[in-house]
Design a protein around this ligand. Structure first.
Ligand code: PEP
Ligand code: CO
Length: 461
């Protein structure tokens, strides 16, 4: 099919359609009890407007291509999972503030433009280790994120409800709308980073260092304006992109569209979808879906991935070696990265494949405490990230970004960090229904760490 204003789909992968994933084994998908209700919800979703545009998607792809060349650094972060209940003004703006502050630290310290991508406006589906959960002899479907079912342990809450997809789309649109309005209104203006202060942080041990950086960048902006005699407009405007794990394929398919004056298909529910570690099988439904969309995409790479598997995935997902198309997010764990990563880096480099390497130091470092919390130790997160920089430097490849789970709320979910939170502190403000997130201070500390590590590696000893 080619409408007069739609260029021929020159590169459309063979045999691919937005629904061709249905012919493949699909992991992590809920079983909806009522197929008719599912069809109705998907049809409704198909008719709703998209959340992003193809030109934003292609602009991000270009920025990621530049990151692959070492000209930009990717900062990707947000909740493990968004929840419908936390689609609120404070949560959204605080998360934006943290990401803006981190990007300011990175821009200032790395002397590179930062590509900012939120894990938000669609991060509502979660992979689970088991399909069901049993409590006191009662077995129910696992909670798979608010787009599928609800966390409470009752048959009603846990039954997958397709209407939740419509609600997730609406919540994503509200989040997107608010983020866009804040940015258009000057919230992200680099002239006024003082707007991004989070009240509870005043006494942080990191506050002083951060304030010095803010003053430094304010001076730099004014200096450039003095030189050029005009306002630094491209510094005024901060671009923000969205990403989520494209796990629930009926939802993703319904948002996969053709647009005028472009060939091929775009997932218009987000700019930058990723394939999670548990759904990265070469012959699986998710890889099939992803190979046909034109968005830039990311693939999580876990400790069990072999070089051979990874190269085959790279071939399927980016057969033309298109710039900006493929980001590989390794998440090995602090104790696994030194063993696992080098062979993958070598293989991809040997084959001359173009990828953006990004480190997720969160998902390989999850553990349970003796008092029953799922946590991550800051020292392990930090260690994995530091090792990642060193391993890339030794391999002659480049670590071009970080992928983090964080929040702007004053939570206590990961231990350690500047305030040295202990296991006993976790009870105070543990809010995540899924993975533990960095709080504001811990997130800022990671940004400072990236800057220090990079400086250390590029300054001759
Ligand atoms: C996640 O990013 O929340 C996640 C589940 O990651 P992974 O697929 O790497 O385990
Ligand atoms: Co997570």
């Amino acid at each position: 099919m080619s409408a007069p204003d739609r260029p021929q789909a020159v590169n459309l992968p063979e045999g691919w359609t937005p629904g061709s994933w249905r012919t493949r084994p699909s992991a992590q998908m809920p079983t909806y009890p009522d197929p008719h209700a599912l069809r109705e919800a998907v049809d409704e979703l198909r008719a709703l407007p998209p959340l992003v545009t193809s030109w934003e998607i292609l602009a991000l792809k270009q920025a990621l291509a530049e990151a692959q060349e070492g000209k930009r650094f990717l900062l990707q972060g947000g909740d493990c999972a968004e929840s419908f209940a936390e689609c609120s003004s404070d949560v959204i703006s605080n998360r934006l503030k943290v990401l803006l502050q981190m990007s300011l630290v990175l821009v200032h310290g790395l002397r590179l433009p930062v590509v900012r991508v939120g894990r938000f406006a669609g991060q509502y589906a979660k992979p689970r280790s088991a399909d069901t959960e049993t409590v006191d002899g009662v077995t129910l479907p696992s909670y798979r994120g608010d787009i599928v079912n609800a966390p409470a342990f009752s048959a009603q809450a846990r039954t997958p409800d397709p209407r939740r997809m419509i609600k997730a789309h609406a919540r994503s649109a509200m989040t997107m709308n608010f983020v866009r309005a804040l940015i258009d209104g000057g919230f992200a203006d680099l002239h006024h980073p003082e707007y991004w202060d989070l009240g509870w942080v005043g006494h942080s041990p990191l506050a002083e260092e951060y304030r010095r950086m803010v003053a430094g960048i304010g001076d730099a902006v004014r200096f450039m304006e003095t030189l050029s005699g005009s306002q630094v407009h491209n510094l005024n405007r901060v671009d923000f992109h969205t990403s989520h794990e494209a796990l629930l394929l009926p939802y993703e398919e319904a948002q996969t569209r053709q647009v005028p004056r472009q060939w091929g298909w775009f997932n218009l529910s987000t700019h930058f979808p990723w394939i999670g570690m548990r759904t990265a099988a070469l012959d699986g439904a998710h890889v099939e879906y992803f190979r046909g969309i034109r968005n830039p995409i990311a693939l999580k790479v876990g400790p069990s991935a072999t070089a051979e598997q990874l190269l085959r995935l790279v071939d399927v997902l980016n057969p033309e070696d298109e710039p900006g198309r493929l980001t590989l997010v390794h998440r090995m764990g602090a104790t696994g990265i030194a063993d696992r990563l080098p062979a993958l880096l070598d293989a991809v480099r040997r084959e001359g494949r173009r990828v953006l390497w990004v480190c997720d130091p969160m998902h390989g470092n999850t553990e349970a405490t003796s008092n029953g919390y799922k946590t991550r130790r800051f020292r392990n997160i930090r260690s994995e990230l530091e090792q990642a920089f060193e391993i890339h430097a030794a391999a002659g490849t480049r670590l071009g970004g970080v992928h983090l789970e964080l929040t702007g709320e004053d939570v206590t979910e990961c231990t350690g960090g500047a305030r040295d939170l202990t296991d006993a502190d976790l009870a105070r403000a543990y809010r995540s229904t899924v993975d533990p997130r960095l709080n504001y201070e811990q997130a800022l500390e990671i940004a400072m760490l990236v800057v220090r590590k990079q400086a250390q590696l590029t300054t001759p000893a």
